[in-house]
Design a protein around this ligand. Sequence first.
Ligand code: FES
Ligand SMILES: [Fe+2]
Length: 360
Amino acid sequence: MNQNSNFANSSIAAHGWYWALASSELATRDKKEVDIAGIKVLLYRTDSGRVVGVTPRCPHMGANLGSGTMESDGIRCGFHGWKFAHSGEFMGTGSGDLHPKSNCDLASTKNRPCDHDGLLKQDSKPRLRSFCVVERYGMIWIHTDHTHREQSFPSFEGFLEADSIGVPGKPTTRNCHPTLVLGGGVDEEHFNFVHQKTTRLTGQLRFEVKRLSKSSIAFKNVAPMRVTGLKGRILSALYGKVLHYKVTYHYASTAFAELGFPWMPLYCIFAYRPTSSGTTEGLNIYVTRKRNWGVFTFVAKVLAKLEMAFAHSILAPGGREDAIIQDRLQFEWSPWAFGNPSFSTFVDYVNEQPSFKLKN
Ligand code: FES
Ligand SMILES: [Fe+2]
């Protein structure tokens, strides 16, 4: 670990899936520009309902494509009419030319992008940068690395997003780096101190860590429940011997948490995105399984709402204290930071992720 690594670095963020907008905020044929820590992305929804993400700047002369026209197979710039496919490929000029003229230096033969008549060669056509965009759990997500081509988005173990209902909470802001907020969920020393309302009943947390892939890591609580008095006995009868609490991080940008009763786990996604100044915009998305109970489906819907409210009530204690601490946090590297092994594994994982510089 060093001071140039990703963790808590106010000028760097990990590349990953970051939330952009709620799905409901982008209607068919709508265009909206978003900024994720200086990475500008123009999002638009096609007639078929697909959401596309491209760089807003036209590679011809820099017009903003937000004022261009959406067509069935691409977007056309408003300045000279150049058209780009949803994938970013060049499709033609305003006059239909497939090979736009370039002003390359005819005197130089080295790396010349055009033929002698000034037309661009086939392999050096302009291109619009495109981003992987998906819609999951009621939100539109962008992968900040434009070379990332996998549409697959993380999911909870045991069920797919299509079989779930996701309800985003209200966005929050924190005056510190996203990885400091993200790591709070598995910082045992912090959890066992600030979240005592929870741990007093359930016992202190201790994590078993499992690396799932380069971009994913899971932390599972293995500490036994505290069984004292009647309350303790009731709780351990409900929760089992160990409080079910598991956090899986993906791309160091989201945390998928499972908690509560092992026979009815509650699910929540903690999604934190960086701003250009290194602060954090956070969103909690409560997730529950869809149940099709025929004529009793309305009962299932009420149950889902109760589950989400319950998940919120379990996660809420200590939230106010977290906010006050995070807003005034001035993290600096010290020999005492990351003394607990599971948290230091989290920091190592964050530092291994590909990253990008935040632009002011
Ligand atoms: S600036 Fe976009 S077509 Fe010219
Ligand atoms: Fe906390």
